[in-house]
Design a protein around this ligand. Structure first.
Ligand SMILES: [Zn+2]
Length: 126
């Protein structure tokens, strides 16, 4: 499945955090992760802090997100990959409309973003 709107999803996220996003302590990041994990009922998912490397990622099918920085946007993005994998397997594009829709909802529910702002920035990817 081609991942042809990945950059547009990144751009939509960046538009919501024009000044970047404050990095939490890893303890607060883990607390945030656990809160979302509980709400979404995905106890199987594990969070690992990545040391070095360039970006965060989801280990597809391995129930693990490897996160570089403890910020809400990164944690939510990688959790959304897990939600999509559980729901669709590899039948949809990694950053396709299904993914963008789940991520948009999570940014509103857990990321402190206003629905109108999320709808606006995600309008072309969902
Ligand atoms: Zn991604």
């Amino acid at each position: 499945m081609r991942d042809n709107q990945r950059q547009r999803v990144y751009d939509a996220e960046r538009a919501l955090y024009p000044n970047g996003e404050p990095i939490m302590t890893k303890q607060d990041g883990r607390r945030f992760f656990k809160r979302v994990q509980k709400a979404l009922k995905i106890p199987e998912l594990a969070l690992v802090w990545r040391r070095g490397g360039k970006n965060s990622y989801y280990r597809t099918g391995r129930n693990t997100i490897c996160v570089l920085h403890a910020n809400k946007a990164s944690i939510l993005h990688e959790i959304a990959h897990h939600v999509i994998y559980v729901r669709y397997g590899t039948k949809v594009a990694p950053h396709g409309p299904e993914f963008a829709g789940v991520l948009a909802s999570m940014l509103i529910l857990f990321g402190g973003q206003r629905p109108t702002d999320v709808q606006h920035s995600f309008r072309e990817v969902t």
